[in-house]
Design a protein around this ligand. Sequence first.
Ligand SMILES: *Cc1c(COP(=O)(O)O)cnc(C)c1O
Length: 407
Amino acid sequence: MTVAPVNPPARLLMGPGPVNADPRVLRAMSAPLVGQFDPVMTGYMSETQELYRQVFATRNDATLLVDGTSRAGIEAAVVSLVRPGQRVLVPVFGRFGHLLAEIALRAQAEVHTIATEWGQVFTPSAVEEAVARVRPHLVAVVQGDTSTTMNQPLDELGAICARHGALLYTDATASLGGNPFEMDAWGLDAATAGLQKCLSGPSGSAPLSLSEQAVAVVRSRHRVEAGLREEGDDDAPDPVLSNYFDLGQVLDYWGPRRLNHHTEATSMLYAARECARVLLDEGRDQVVARHARAGAAMLAGVRGLGLGVFGDVAHKMHNIVAVEIPAGVDGDGVRAALLHDYGIEIGTSFGPLHGRVWRIGTMGVNARRDAVLTTLAALEQVLRRAGARVPHGGGVDAAAEVYGDAA
Ligand SMILES: *Cc1c(COP(=O)(O)O)cnc(C)c1O
């Protein structure tokens, strides 16, 4: 059997993620490997920490990468911050809220959830009422949930949690980079992300940051591995249930002691470092503004094609829109035709939205005028062939107007 080299077709990835990687990131990933404790490597690690402090807008010393996809970061945060039996409150407004609740359950927490209708977010008072009632150790909430496209405002939640003695953790995988995010100003104790959405990288590395208070919780559980156990540690009350995701050990590996834990995923570290450099070179605010503009143009464009949009658009993430599939149109057929005829990928949807909406992303390097216009032009043509009545040029015209193009 002969197997050809990897040679994938050109694709424009306009779904909910992963999206195309910035070419700079792909180039960084092909750089030669160095040893795990080579001073060059540990230097890159320290630089990566400093870059992600800027990306998260934090002064947290404990800012690092967890090796694995975004949910590796989620599991590390939850399993390290929560002792079995402790209460965790999860405000669920989409599929990834259910994931947080599931991971907290697996960490043997006593999990409480509050729910809102899909397509809505929580008011601060709804969260505060639940925090006061449940008295959780940790509130775990998604910032941007790609399943519904909603962006949960977090700016008031840190103060609420602090008033009630709870830690606040957020999964910012889908939103970070494309929407405002202020770790310290919003009083977050833990945040995790991934590269494959607005950070223009491949999946496989999870940036994570912990406040001093969160580090203290992790440290109160942490006992070093058996061989390095100190006298008196034998009665360690509750070691973290995972070795790989024990943030105490991961912190010791990234910290000045550089205690061996896992072997850092060198090529993914190169990728994560370059993702942050790409973002910070352009500027945090500029990148958010570029996503806001691309998102507004895509929203105007799909409306210009006469399509409906799901959810409370005022609370939509900049980088994704859920577009209602017109009656009589085969949603999967349209996606397949976009991919086959135009090399453009858009997303399907889950749960209550399955079969009702497509999800179209404008993320990372694809939050760009030409990517938006190309997608809308192709969508118009594919929709017409699928039997939908769509205004000629209605999508491209409306989007171009957002970009300030003369008609
Ligand atoms: C896309 C997404 C993830 C992805 O998790 P992976 O483990 O990288 O697949 C996690 N959380 C949210 C909110 C997301 O939108």
